[in-house]
Design a binder for this molecule. Structure first.
Ligand SMILES: Nc1ncnc2c1ncn2[C@@H]1O[C@H](COP(=O)(O)OP(=O)(O)OP(=O)(O)O)[C@@H](O)[C@H]1O
Ligand SMILES: [Mg+2]
Length: 237
């Protein structure tokens, strides 16, 4: 099966070359663990390979995202960003693609519709949805939510794009598997742990359908050039 490089040094080694093409993957982690940086780094690799890249910004405004990523020396203007905004007066949330007239209210269906329109106009190869948590907040009950997430994953599998979806998980590292983790083709988790009084990040692959992978938690650092994973090292001695 053809693999797609994530562009994160060390992570591609853990994955045995990269992610299997055209499938949706989850990146799970606590707040501030580097999920958005990792996802953008995956799209930067796409730009390097002249691939069309789409970023759905449900989490932070694109202006802020562009500023944050410039800290790593990344010019992300080549990435097509779909913004969202909350209209406080109306109490509603809208999707705002820069190049379309219409700004539909944010629902799973309108999101899928926008992605389809983007696919019609551009040869996209990589998509990021930041984050699944925002989509999950559209649902009031778990059955509907599960159905929604499953249809999103199924839709993404048909786009011809490799997709990363970020997912916020609680601050305490949860040992149990989350519902959405069953539905994705693969799951990568970012961990936070204390070592000799210092907070460290680790990264592990929880699941990767169709491929063997490194089953250890490996140290991960956010550097001034982005995320680096140390595939030979261990967080535990
Ligand atoms: N230049 C940098 N060097 C080192 N660390 C940085 C740098 N810039 C940001 N960081 C770290 O990256 C983290 C934020 O990364 P990111 O926004 O990707 O996290 P996230 O998991 O998406 O967070 P959230 O759950 O809030 O969306 C911050 O905690 C910050 O410490
Ligand atoms: Mg984020």
């Amino acid at each position: 099966m053809e693999k797609v490089k994530t562009g994160i040094p060390g992570l591609d080694e853990m994955l045995g070359g990269g992610l299997i093409k055209n499938r949706p993957y989850l990146i799970c982690g606590g707040p501030g663990t580097g999920k958005t940086i990792l996802a953008i780094q995956f799209l930067m690799q796409g730009l390097k390979e002249n691939e069309g890249c789409l970023f759905i910004a449900l989490e932070e405004p694109s202006k802020q995202l562009i500023e944050n990523m410039s800290e790593f020396g990344w010019d992300i203007r080549g990435i097509d960003i779909v913004d969202t905004a909350q209209e406080i007066a109306e109490g509603k949330w809208f999707i705002k693609p820069s190049d379309f007239e219409s700004h539909p209210e944010f629902t799973l269906l309108s999101l899928i519709d926008i992605i389809n329109k983007k696919l019609d106009t551009r040869d996209l190869k990589r998509i990021v949805i930041d984050s699944l948590t925002s989509i999950m907040s559209l649902y009031e009950n778990d059955v509907e939510m599960r159905r929604g997430i499953l249809s999103l994953m199924n839709f993404l599998s048909t786009t011809g794009c490799t997709t990363i979806i970020t997912d916020e998980i609680g601050t305490q590292s949860r040992k149990d598997v989350l519902m959405e983790e069953f539905l994705a083709s693969g799951v990568i988790r970012i961990h936070t742990m204390e070592k000799k009084g210092e907070m460290m990040n680790g990264i592990s692959i929880l699941k990767m359908r169709g491929s063997d992978f490194d089953r250890h938690i490996r140290p991960m650092k956010i550097t001034d050039r982005g995320i680096v994973v140390f595939p030979e090292d261990t967080l535990f001695e």
